[in-house]
Design a protein. Structure first.
Length: 97
């Protein structure tokens, strides 16, 4: 099953701010991991977030974190954040359960 990937405007802006090499790596990893099995949790790459209603998942790509939700056949990418800014972003934008 193919999932439709929908990227939020804030995430698009964050992606554009990355250098070309990192941006390409993030795009490749999104396509590789989120197109077919976005909810398949792995030890290091994909993590289901606890205690939050939104975002539901995190994809780790080096020092970049991609936060997303899976809604039916759609993957909604909410944010693309550098590792150092994740706590701040989650405290501001995350929705607790």
């Amino acid at each position: 099953m193919h999932f439709e990937i929908i990227v939020a405007p804030d995430a698009v802006a964050s992606l554009r701010r990355l250098d070309a090499r990192t941006r390409s790596e993030v795009r490749d990893q999104i396509e590789l991991h989120l197109r077919h099995e976005p909810a398949k949790v792995s030890k290091s790459r994909i993590k289901r977030l606890r205690g939050l209603r939104q975002p539901q998942y995190r994809l780790r790509v080096g020092e970049i974190r991609v936060y997303y939700d899976v809604v039916g056949a759609d993957v909604h990418i909410l944010a693309i954040v550098e590792k150092q800014q994740t706590y701040e972003w989650l405290s501001e934008r995350g929705t607790p359960e």
